[in-house]
Design a protein around this ligand. Sequence first.
Ligand code: ATP
Ligand code: MG
Length: 778
Amino acid sequence: PPGEAAGLLRHLNPEQLAAVTLPAGNALILAGAGSGKTRVLTTRIAWLVQTGQVSPAGVMAVTFTNKAAKEMLTRLSTLLPVNPRGMWIGTFHGLCNRFLRAHWKLAGLPQGFQILDAQDSVSAVKRIVKAMKLDEERYIPKQCAWFIAGAKEDGLRPQHIEVRDELTRTQQAIYQAYEDQCQREGVVDFAELMLRTYELMRDHAELRQHYQRRFRHILVDEFQDTNRLQYAWLKMFAGTDNNVLAVGDDDQSIYAFRGARVGNMADFEREFHVQQVVKLERNYRSFGNILDSANALIAHNSRRLGKNLRTEAGPGEPVRVFEATSDFAEAQWFLDEARQLQRDGSPRSEIAVLYRSNAQSRVIESALFNAGVPYRVYGGLRFFERAEIKHALAYLRLIENPNDDTSFLRVVNFPTRGIGTRTMELLQDAARSSGRSLWQSVGAIAGKGGSNLGAFTALVDAMRDATRGLTLREIIEHVVQSSGLADFYRNEKEGAERLENLDELVNAAEAFVTQEGFGKDAVALPVDEQAGRIAERLPAAVALVDTQPDAETGEIMSPLAAFLTHAALEAGDNQAQAGQDAVQLMTVHAAKGLEFDQVFITGLEEGLFPHENAAADLDGLEEERRLMYVAITRARKRLYLSFSQTRMLHGQTRYNLKSRFFDELPEAALKWLTPKLQGFGSGYARDYQAAWQRGTGLGSMVGAGRVVPASAPAAFEAQARSTPNGLRSGQGVFHTKFGEGVIVTLEGIGADARAQVNFGRHGMKWLALSVAKLTPVD
Ligand code: ATP
Ligand code: MG
């Protein structure tokens, strides 16, 4: 009814309204962060359905993360009286999974095919490199896996690889062997999900026509980060008559390193005959100081399509900047601030810590953990990627599909059951020569090794029998016990946490079952009818894994198979503390599209952010800057930036300079919590550290009786290592040519004295102290 549709549109400004109600046709929205792009996309879906222009089943929407897909579904279920499950909403991978589940036979896959995550796929490649007796130093499995994924994303199968030399010939052979192996095992990797779907659509006219007739409206969020294959895929689904809405921001393109093409936006405009590009210029997310910082920063990039962003929210609070003496002190400072924010009424879930690299989370995690503050990590040390979880999942996967060699190898001798490398080599040879799976080849192995293998397959068979008809929860509990994993970790020194994680797996399964509506009958309805009928039963239904019936037989996936798919696809979310209010930790990449009241960007140091691998060339640096732009624009109310003089990373103490990005922010928007000196060695930070060690705190930084950790903060050790000429490692120095730097290493004495100095953007230099003039700056 028109009245309801009007209600939908009430919370939009005129430009947004125009975009939501665009007439049929293809359209591109190009607008900056927080301008309401995602809101427009979601509202347009609701409006199209509400005004009867499309049925829910005729909508496909692509989001960038599972978290974003969930939010969109939840949002739609509040906007619309129908159940949004009939729509296809998800990530590219999620939608491809859904597609292939329905057409597994045509795709040449087993019905219960499983998904290899990035780690699995590297270990699958590793096995091939071994089997082909190649030099693992030359053919590094990780790089080979990267090569294969890249080829698939360019739409290339092994036979399409251009063989130019020995190297490419071998890469081609590895790719081919990898494909054969995946096919034999009935597993697909992420890139395969996309490519297989694309090829199926391309090669089967009827299928193509069916889907092109079905999806009248296709909407793609975060379009700037699509790659070549995703673009081709989109064209395949769109055909010539459907309506595609692409939404993006070139300033937030942060996946070039993985093949994303900003150029897709220009191609889209041309090839889809977009009449007019919609721009949105008002930012609704952040206060002025935050937005000014973002605008000033991104203005340093050269190749931009050019957009403006303004807010009417007023300047808000200044952006706070903190300099710490060590990563440890930085984490402690964060903890104090976070507690203060909580006391002031902020929920934990509105406090986010962002960092450039996964490895940085550990220190912050341990600060939170020790203080008993609940937190959740997105990305990074992913719940589903932890060893104990992968072990349990491997048993579960073998129950579903015994031919899954990756899982077989993972647990055949874990916990140990006397199956040695020799036996495994024999087994792998037997499998290879007969072209069968490891499981199928067990019978070919004689002797003690053979009987141990037999015991293993018997164990898995017994698990399968025993769990038939049980609930997902019961299945997992049974497997964790009968596999011996529980006993194993119970006896291990540091096994307690792993046992807890295994318990969490049960919780994750439980949450999954509730979310997916895996009750008795919820999923058996055909898709189109589902839309209206089961709405009451599933109020905020979030369908990430498709449980739709097989196109021919009407058969649906078992809850276990669905859960395993979910675990592979959703490896990003830590379901461990589902429902609990928790501080949010994630990399900047994982934060795209999200927003939080309070955002902390930590580790803003040269070499870290911008990252040393990227800062060397202009393209890399500009991508880092876009990443920083994404980070800043996540904040609604308050933004904190911090950096540290020293940091333990990968087992080494690094002495860092503050990030060059600080020089690109408007001074008027910032408030330095520590005096802004040369960027290192400021007295305040040291006082803070000392106060913290005493456990007294400074100013608002309360918190008595803290325990000093066994390893003294690195900055203090550094200060102790003074040399006779007055220089010490960790010290800030000035050099006439290279500018400011920090001494990393001091060696030799007298005329031989040398120093290794980190000059930030000038890099790391070794200097002879008898020649180089170094002036201490603090
Ligand atoms: P990003 O580029 O970071 O993905 P975006 O352009 O998709 O951002 P949204 O997430 O859609 O922006 O919107 C940012 C915030 O502003 C959200 O909290 C949204 O609800 C709010 N918002 C958007 N439009 C309006 C409006 N017209 N009135 C009030 N709030 C709005
Ligand atoms: Mg968005």
